[in-house]
Design a binder for this molecule. Structure first.
Ligand SMILES: Cc1cc2nc3c(=O)[nH]c(=O)nc-3n(C[C@H](O)[C@H](O)[C@H](O)COP(=O)(O)O)c2cc1C
Length: 165
């Protein structure tokens, strides 16, 4: 899915992240808390998610507040991932500038030697969950008369409205 965040000054950034869970609690993804998105979410805990299915002519847009998942939940997912991915989390200080590719490969070797097959989860890595307050379903239809069904959370009820395409 596409995840859009904004920094303190309101400058937006968008990137793809893996949706790891979607349930009554919200939408979960995992990342480096010190990455650009992590810094954005620390100062502005609001984000937008976007899904697009070209073949189905469908789009879903979601907005909401974002919070970190529990460290237990982050630990569980971290340890479920292959050892190489866990080492990669240590080797890559995500979104920081690095001199060249060798720098990354050296860091990977160093951490693999230090941790062997059981790298622990670093403090700066974990999950976020977006709690939706708005969801819009878009369905392509003939003659550009597309459907747009918008859900807005009001208190504990969802207000549903149809928007002009
Ligand atoms: C298919 C795909 C899946 C990705 N999944 C993730 C993910 O789950 N978590 C993550 O941190 N980055 C993921 N990335 C990398 C991000 O798009 C991005 O490059 C990285 O998180 C740094 O973003 P930032 O500098 O805006 O924080 C993925 C990229 C692609 C293309």
């Amino acid at each position: 899915m596409t995840l859009a965040t904004a920094d303190q000054a309101g400058n937006p950034s968008a990137r793809i992240v893996l949706l790891k869970g979607a349930d009554q609690n919200g939408f979960t993804f995992f990342t480096n808390y010190e990455s650009q998105k992590g810094k954005d979410l620390a100062v502005r805990p609001h984000a937008a998610l976007l899904f697009h299915w070209h073949e189905l002519e469908r789009q879903i847009r979601i907005k909401g507040m974002v919070g970190r998942v529990s460290s237990t939940e982050s630990d569980e997912y971290f340890h479920f991932r292959p050892a190489a991915s866990r080492i990669g989390v240590w080797a890559s200080h995500q979104s920081s500038e690095i001199p060249n590719r060798e720098f990354l490969e050296e860091a990977e070797k160093r951490f693999a030697a230090d941790f062997g097959v059981a790298p622990p989860k670093p403090e700066h890595w974990g999950g976020y969950r977006l709690h939706p307050t708005e969801i819009e379903f878009w369905q392509g239809r003939p003659s550009r008369l597309h459907d747009r069904i918008h859900y807005q959370l009001e208190g504990s009820n969802w207000r549903i409205a149809r928007l002009a395409p």
